[in-house]
Ligand binder design. Sequence first.
Ligand SMILES: NC(=O)c1ccc[n+]([C@@H]2O[C@H](COP(=O)([O-])OP(=O)(O)OC[C@H]3O[C@@H](n4cnc5c(N)ncnc54)[C@H](O)[C@@H]3O)[C@@H](O)[C@H]2O)c1
Length: 380
Amino acid sequence: MMLARNFASPARQCLRTARVAPRYQIRGYAAAAEEQVATFKGKKGSDGKYTVTLIEGDGIGPEISQSVKDIFSAANVPIKWEPVDVTPILKDGRTTIPEDAIKSVERNFVALKGPLATPVGKGHVSLNLTLRRTFNLFANVRPCRSIAGYKTPYDNVDTVLIRENTEGEYSGIEHVVVPGVVQSIKLITKDASERVLRYAFQYARSINKKKVRVVHKATIMKMSDGLFLNLARDIAKDFPDVEFDAELLDNACLNITTDPTPYNDKVLVMPNLYGDILSDMCAGLIGGLGLTPSGNIGRECSIFEAVHGSAPDIAGKGLANPTALLLSSIMMLQHMGLHQEATRIRTAILDTLAEGKTLTGDLGGKAKTHEYADAIIKRL
Ligand SMILES: NC(=O)c1ccc[n+]([C@@H]2O[C@H](COP(=O)([O-])OP(=O)(O)OC[C@H]3O[C@@H](n4cnc5c(N)ncnc54)[C@H](O)[C@@H]3O)[C@@H](O)[C@H]2O)c1
């Protein structure tokens, strides 16, 4: 009981402080209005190539990474891979990744990552979470576009969702107030919110979407979501060429699943938990996580990854579908400014899928992973 009280009092204090929080002066944030939030800082080496850190991952990771390597090599993409091992180590009781891997990502500013299995029952936290925290990857970008040749209830989905990746409901601040009563704190800060919001506007511009929409529940969470929404309104003034509006989370779920097409001209941006749920919902509209790419964007470094797991049930059998990792690698090329290469490979992937002759088992085909990759290479 004593212990519970000790926990309870700072929390109450924290809530009291929050109640008197002033209205936010967004100019306090370090970025000027026009500063690009997460520009790729890598430079080509003397061989004319960028170096990219490659985390092949566990389970099917090495097989799907091989497909990316083969296709990039056939397309003469000017990058070379720097493979690193991120097998977690416990340092001072905390999960961390090896120093060599951290240095590689910091040096190259960009990484491509296969799925990582989280060890069960060994005291490790999720490696994905560790990576996010290590590199302060503040935004998770999840585009979901219908794939011709893969029939789903909707034919013309083209959503882009940006999720705040570092705080909100996933801040990990939880405690017992008294036995039987627990409290979990949703932390929303001006700095983290402004960073992801500004990135959303800049990203919308970069992909020629004309609208940014904040998804929120500020009607209920007046202070936390209210801060996010008010900041968005202020930041929108710096982007007069991008239309801004807002929608309640529940309305957004209802409307997207009723008809996703009105969302095709928008970038949706939202706090952590809403983004986690809504991004998987959108993935469902185009056929699931196996076809969905993602980018974790940081101010310094960015890591691109497929959102599916390591699929231990099919690992090593040549059955894995590398499309999600391939589409993530296309997002990476766009982030690096290699647009021509990105378009060329993307077109080859989509044409191969649309033709439907060389598909992996999860899409109803019989092709092995390498046969599917070869079919893409033939179309380059
Ligand atoms: N981003 C990540 O690194 C990430 C994400 C989710 C899960 N995981 C980890 O992956 C491991 C397995 O998780 P899970 O089984 O819950 O989810 P999973 O995504 O690995 O597998 C779910 C199902 O989808 C299939 N599948 C997944 N990717 C596929 C692909 N590319 N091609 C064909 N089929 C595919 C699998 O065979 C399986 O039947 C766990 O250790 C989990 O922690 C990692």
